[in-house]
Design a protein around this ligand. Structure first.
Ligand code: ZN
Ligand code: ZN
Length: 264
């Protein structure tokens, strides 16, 4: 039986992947990865991820500024990206959010640009891809402040509690799981994933980071998303086919995509 997978969060244009991007994409196809969401993290990177999506029919792009880069943003920068958002290959604004773990940008600066980018996304009528690390409460608070305008989104690399998961689900979000779901120390997260509605779960690599077992310590790439799907299947007591059918359909629904565009 063939399986069809979506990697809902990849960084194909970072220096770790660029040198052999074509081979990485070929291996993804062979592994059954029929859709890759290539996620923007900065001004220049957002242009690159869209250029890559234009070259590869199974890749879609998101544009946005990662909280690590928030301190480098200036007024007018988002407006400069706005013309890109008109491209139908741009399926979301992201990744945006808060990262109080590494704190590469000051907390208040991160919050300011998170709010600015949410407003920008609402104006563009786009869903949002959220990054949060050690900042879940603050992230939820900001999302809840503007919930009437939210069109949904994806909480990427989810690693929180069941209660936090439900807060995101209540906002209409999908929860995306990455390689850490397979790590021995992630027992709590594996318990959480058993309790979630299957129709709101996605899988991703966040490559080149966070490779799942058994590729830990190596560079991650979209073909490896199958390991996270396999872990999900085991936790839910389903076959890999049943699990990937669900996550595939969820991915299309989450990003407003049509299956016919990814069957070739
Ligand atoms: Zn992230
Ligand atoms: Zn990312």
């Amino acid at each position: 039986m063939t399986i069809r997978l979506a990697d809902t969060h990849a960084h194909l244009d970072l220096p770790e992947i660029l040198p052999d991007q074509e081979e990485v994409l070929a291996r993804a196809r062979e592994a059954g990865v029929a859709l890759i969401i290539n996620v923007g993290i900065g001004l220049e990177n957002s242009r690159q991820v869209l250029a890559t999506a234009r070259k590869h029919p199974h890749v879609r792009a998101t544009i946005g500024i990662h909280p690590h880069a928030a301190a480098s943003l200036k007024d007018g920068d988002l407006q400069a990206l706005t013309p890109l958002a008109g491209d139908p290959l741009v399926v979301a604004v992201g990744e945006i959010g808060l990262d109080f773990y590494r704190r590469r940008s000051p907390e208040e600066t991160q919050k300011h640009w998170f709010r600015q980018q949410l407003e920008w996304a609402y104006g563009l009528k786009k869903i949002v891809v959220i990054h949060t690390r050690e900042a879940t409460a603050a992230t939820l608070k900001i999302l809840q402040e503007t919930r009437s305008q939210l069109r949904g989104g994806v909480m990427h690399c989810f690693g929180g509690s069941l209660e936090e998961a439900h807060s995101f689900l209540d906002l209409g979000f999908y929860l995306s799981f990455a390689g850490p779901l397979t790590y021995p120390q992630a027992k709590g997260l594996r318990e959480v994933v058993k309790e979630l509605p299957l129709d709101r779960i996605l899988v991703e690599t966040d490559c080149p980071y966070l490779p799942p077992q058994p590729w830990r310590g190596k560079r991650n790439e979209p073909a490896y998303v199958v390991a996270t799907a396999r872990q999900l299947a085991e936790l839910r007591g389903l076959s890999l086919e049943e699990t990937t059918r669900a996550t595939w359909e969820n991915s299309l629904r989450a990003f407003g995509l049509e299956e016919k565009d990814f069957l070739g």
